[in-house]
Design a protein around this ligand. Structure first.
Ligand code: DOR
Ligand code: ZN
Length: 426
């Protein structure tokens, strides 16, 4: 759906994140002075709506190439546009794995062909994400790849992590770690290790399987001087480790997902595999620590970990079903509900965590920019008062594993503009 609406736009009466009221004009993909907008510009009355920079997701699973039955670049980025996103970083757990320069180029090309937002390939850290041998990091970096991850699997070998951090340093690359000690939480682990996992008879996934890996990694980041990002934090201990590392001045950043900010372990009591996710949903003390970490900046970004799965991969006993849940369409609503409406984060803070910081960590210079004359026109118009009950059937995604189905949430996105093109209009 790349049919560009390159027509000029004037959006009247918006409020910016800092409270200022203004009119916006867009021509040739950039914000321009309203006086300079062409006479035939399309006019949109946005009285009372909030204008935010387009959101940027550092953690998206698009499933193409390989599992187009679950998601394609077209469907996944349409979901992104509906969620207010203008750029997504595509995780490399595809078939084939994005572990070569050619594979990365192919994902970027699919984005240019079918994308309703910018698609930025993430390169694998190791060949086939097997954890044994470094992938073509230099060749991928030479092509502009800056984020590297074996997500879905942990880079568990300390020497491989050391080498990846060292090797990527001159390229300004970042290692985005899926922190899961495979000995403490093996492939079968699927439920927060607790009274609930015991009662349900589900293999436990203890919090230390995450936090001990992050503790090791931040010390390797300090030792090598490499840049490290901890994906989808789920535990209070992990937040403490990141806080400690930042206080020491180590170059680390961290992420939390919308689902780990909102949903707790009891959701798995029905054995509904929609709620199976890796790392697993945790208890309220952990959720509270994650919210606090996001508010005080210990956690830099909200990454969706949008993980579409086909029905036949979810329709299994809980311990066998694939882990993952959708996130792109509801992320902004969840963060509003949990962080903004509760007064923990203001709009400027939300813009930082969902647009500027992810763009900065991914070294995507032209995204996550302020709304100002001369800047690229990436924009989301938000109605902060609108709410709706989530219906998994009404989704741009090809998959239906939506953990918010039936829940009332803010439903704020009215219009998304990517590089001057309207990619979503309610
Ligand atoms: O729940 C998850 N699903 N966690 C991951 O790390 C990978 C993802 C997927 O690719 O399905
Ligand atoms: Zn992961």
């Amino acid at each position: 759906m790349n049919a560009p609406t390159t027509k000029a736009l004037v959006v009247g009466g918006v409020r910016l994140a800092d409270g200022t009221r203004t009119d916006l004009a867009i021509a040739d993909g950039r914000f321009v002075e309203v006086a300079d907008a062409p006479a035939d510009a399309e006019r949109i009355d946005a009285d009372g709506l909030l204008a935010l920079p387009g959101l940027v997701d550092l953690h998206t699973h698009l499933r193409e190439p390989g599992r187009e039955d679950a998601e394609t670049v077209g469907s996944g980025t349409r979901a992104a546009a509906r969620g207010g996103y203008t750029a997504v970083f595509a995780m490399p757990n595809l078939t084939p794995t994005t572990d070569t320069a050619e594979a990365a180029q192919y994902v970027a090309e699919l984005g240019r062909r079918d994308g309703s937002c910018e698609v930025v390939p993430i390169g694998a850290v190791t060949k086939g994400r097997q954890g044994a041998e470094l992938a073509e990091l230099g060749l991928m970096a030479a092509q502009g790849v800056r984020v590297f991850s074996d997500d879905g699997s942990c880079v568990h070998d300390s020497l491989i992590m050391r080498r990846a951090l060292t090797y990527l340093k001159p390229y300004d690359g970042v290692v985005a770690q899926h922190a899961q000690d495979p000995r403490l939480a093996g492939p079968g682990a699927c439920c927060h290790e607790s009274e609930i996992s015991g009662r349900l008879g589900l293999p436990g996934w203890p919090t230390v399987a995450e936090s001990t890996i992050i503790a090791r990694d931040v010390q390797l980041a300090e030792f090598t001087g490499g840049r490290y990002h901890a994906c989808h934090l789920s535990t209070a201990e992990s937040v403490d480790v990141i806080r400690w590392a930042k206080a020491r001045g180590i170059a680390v950043t961290a992420e939390v997902t919308p689902h780990h900010l909102l949903l707790d372990t009891p959701h798995v009591e029905t054995y509904d595999t929609t709620f199976k996710v890796n790392p697993p949903l945790r208890t309220s003390e952990h959720i509270e620590a994650l919210r606090e970490g996001l508010a005080d900046g210990t956690i830099d970004v909200v990454g969706t970990d949008h993980a579409p799965h086909a029905v036949q991969d979810k329709d299994h006993p809980f311990d066998i079903a694939l882990p993952g849940m959708l996130g792109l369409e509801q992320a902004l609503g969840v963060v509003m509900e949990v962080m903004v409406d509760s007064g923990r984060l203001d709009w400027a803070g939300l813009v930082d965590r969902m647009s500027s910081a992810p763009a900065r960590i991914g070294r995507l210079a032209h995204q996550g920019r302020p709304i100002a004359v001369g800047e690229p026109a990436h924009l989301v118009l938000v109605d902060p008062s609108r709410r709706a009950t989530v219906d998994r059937q009404r989704s741009a995604s090809r998959s239906r594993n939506n953990p918010y189905h039936g829940r009332e949430l803010p439903d704020p996105v009215e219009l998304t503009v990517w590089a001057g093109r309207v990619t979503y209009h309610r």
